[in-house]
Design a protein around this ligand. Structure first.
Ligand code: ZN
Length: 182
């Protein structure tokens, strides 16, 4: 497995619409190894989610996982999810505002409004259909990661630009935690 370099804000690949993955491609050794690398990269970089365009592959694949995470100390436990060609089947009219960051946007946190409840369908890494319905933090991560597949970043959707904060200031003034987080 390999840790892949992260494409950062300003890299045009982050603004492209990602290509759907074909059923035949899913079972290939190359694609399965890519998923392993995507998961490994998310874990090493302490992300709770990572989309393929963030490692310069314009494909509709996202991975999500949350255990104790120094970048998101209040994040709940979410077992590993590999989601290919995801599509929202439900987005609740009710929204909730929460703090977000992104591995492609160094050191920034900002408040984003998201649909409170979502349902998503897609394929897992075996090509089997999966559906996820959630109104937890996972709903926020799904919206953030699937946005990456459509060329959108959380900074496009900041509800109040004055909420933008550098990570150390976020920890100090928002969380009240003086421990710096990388
Ligand atoms: Zn992101």
């Amino acid at each position: 497995m390999a840790v892949l370099p992260i494409a950062k804000l300003g890299n045009p690949i982050l603004r492209k619409i990602a290509e759907p993955v074909t059923h035949d491609e899913i079972s290939t050794v190359v694609f399965q190894a890519f998923i392993d690398d995507l998961v490994e990269t998310m874990r090493v970089k302490d992300g709770v989610g990572l989309a393929a365009p963030q490692v310069s592959q314009s494909k509709q694949v996202v991975v999500i996982e949350s255990h104790f995470n120094p970048r998101y100390t209040q994040a709940p436990e979410i077992p590993l999810i590999v989601l290919i060609n995801p599509l929202f089947t439900y987005l609740s009219p009710e929204t909730a505002e929460g703090w977000e960051g992104c591995l492609s946007v160094d050191n920034l946190r900002g408040k984003v409004k998201r649909h409170r409840k979502t349902a998503v369908k897609g394929l897992d890494r075996s090509g089997e259909k999966i559906e996820i319905e959630t109104d937890t933090f996972l709903a926020v991560i799904l919206q953030h990661e699937i946005d990456h597949l459509h060329g959108r970043l959380f900074v496009d959707q900041i509800s109040d630009v004055t909420s933008l904060a550098q990570i150390e200031e976020f920890n100090q003034f928002v969380l009240g935690d003086k421990t710096p987080v990388a």
